[in-house]
Ligand binder design. Structure first.
Ligand code: MLT
Length: 411
């Protein structure tokens, strides 16, 4: 028998969303007549924008003829898409990026999990707490931490608590770290970070020769005009930040799969003997070895997002989900719950009633309201006492879930 990568044994029992699914499925099987409302994993429910569907159809048609067939594409994505990304997602906000700094991939989840491969195994990792579990899990698999303690805190990570007490804004680390994962608008708390605060993180990274992995998957949900959409709006960020975006939550691509990561030319790491190495070139080498890029038809579909009709249709999707967020937030507040997020993000972060743990609240809502959410503690120890629901359900489901939760609280 070959020896296994024992770092996997340091992981907590199961992936958060798999555990939520397992418990919900068990309930479903035991109660086949129950009408469950799933506001758990942030999966979209509205159909793809018509401009995207049309582009898919045309691209599939191209594959039907030898003259227009597309085989292997560029490892990092077609230039027709990377050019649109540079112009629309960044150029429109005065951020200049070259197409060679944009790496198209099959999902924000894979990029979030894979980017750590560029860094040494003894890199010190700082994580917002709570956070999307992929950042921690991928680094544990890579051998960067021993197992978690009884509070769920991995032994070798630096945790940056984000709770109501600090307005969900992490304090700068009090020790040296090499890799910092920041996510704004935040999953799961729905918080955003001001330009000034983000500037302090960029300054920290520059002073400590750290790299920020900036997950901006929910950027399209920002409503406040003074909140930065990209970390590259901050001076000096090109040297110290890698940014990822996703088409999943903005354009409904959770099933199609499409995302990208920006690795600026100036971003550098170093060898053990102190030689500077381009992270852009390392990521290019990694991606060209391990990926052939997302399918051509999906890249064509993504490019359609940037047409005038695509932009207008995507805006309508986001407006729809943000109205769900408003309904959920207002309804839960009226029911007496303390609620955060949902203003610049599609997640609503609920304080559980006094003395009720995150998983207990999950079990109670499942059993008594047949509503599925995600226990805050699953995102990290500082998520204990919180519970996340998504605004990605249908309008009717969002409204009914609020009714049911309110009725359950009235008792
Ligand atoms: C979430 O619910 O946090 C995300 O949808 C999960 C994901 O994107 O993998």
């Amino acid at each position: 028998m070959p020896r296994i990568n024992e770092a996997f044994l340091n992981l907590q029992a199961s992936y958060l969303f798999a555990e939520v699914k397992r418990r919900s499925q068990a309930y479903r099987e035991a109660h086949p007549d129950a009408r469950l409302i799933d506001l758990g994993i942030g999966d979209v429910t509205l159909p793809l924008p018509p401009a995207v569907v049309r582009a898919l159809e045309v691209a599939v048609g191209e594959q039907a003829s030898a003259e227009t067939l597309k085989g292997y594409g560029p490892y990092i994505g077609y230039e027709f898409l990377r050019g649109e990304i540079a112009a629309h997602d960044f150029g429109a906000r005065d951020v200049k990026l070259g197409a060679d700094e944009i790496f198209v991939s099959d999902g924000g989840k894979s990029d979030a999990a894979n980017i750590q491969e560029l860094f040494a195994q003894d890199s010190v990792v700082a994580l917002m707490d709570p956070a999307y579990p992929v950042y921690a899990d991928a680094n544990v698999m890579a051998g960067r931490s021993r197992p978690a303690d009884s509070t769920g805190r991995y032994a070798d990570f630096v945790y940056l608590p984000c709770t109501a007490e600090n307005d969900f804004q992490p304090a700068l680390p009090d020790r040296h770290v090499d890799l910092i994962y920041l996510c704004y608008p935040n999953n799961p708390t729905g918080a955003v970070m001001t330009r000034g605060a983000l500037g302090r993180w960029v300054d920290y990274a520059r002073a400590h020769e750290a790299v920020i992995v900036y997950d901006a998957a929910y950027e399209a949900y920002i409503r406040d005009s003074d909140i930065p959409h990209s970390i590259y709006e901050i001076e000096g960020a090109r040297e110290v930040a890698i940014e990822s975006r996703s088409f999943s939550k903005s354009a409904g691509f959770t099933g199609l799969r499409m995302a990208y990561t920006v690795v600026p030319r100036e971003a550098q790491g170093r060898t053990a003997d102190g030689r500077a190495v381009s992270l852009n070139q390392l990521w290019l080498r990694r991606q060209s070895t391990k990926s052939n890029g997302p399918p051509y038809v999906i890249q064509r579909a993504a490019a359609a997002v940037y047409t005038p009709e695509g932009q207008q249709q995507v805006r309508a999707l986001i407006d729809h989900y943000m109205e769900n967020a408003r309904i959920i937030r207002a309804g839960l507040e009226a029911a007496g719950l303390t609620v955060y997020g949902g203003r610049n993000a599609p997640y609503i972060w609920i304080r559980t009633p006094a003395g009720v743990s995150s998983w207990d609240f999950f079990d109670r809502l499942l059993a008594e309201a047949q509503v599925i959410g995600v226990p805050g503690s699953g995102f990290g120890p500082s998520g204990e006492g919180y519970f996340r629901v998504t605004a990605f359900g249908s309008r009717a489901q969002s409204a009914e879930a609020v009714e049911r939760i309110a009725a359950r609280l009235r008792g």
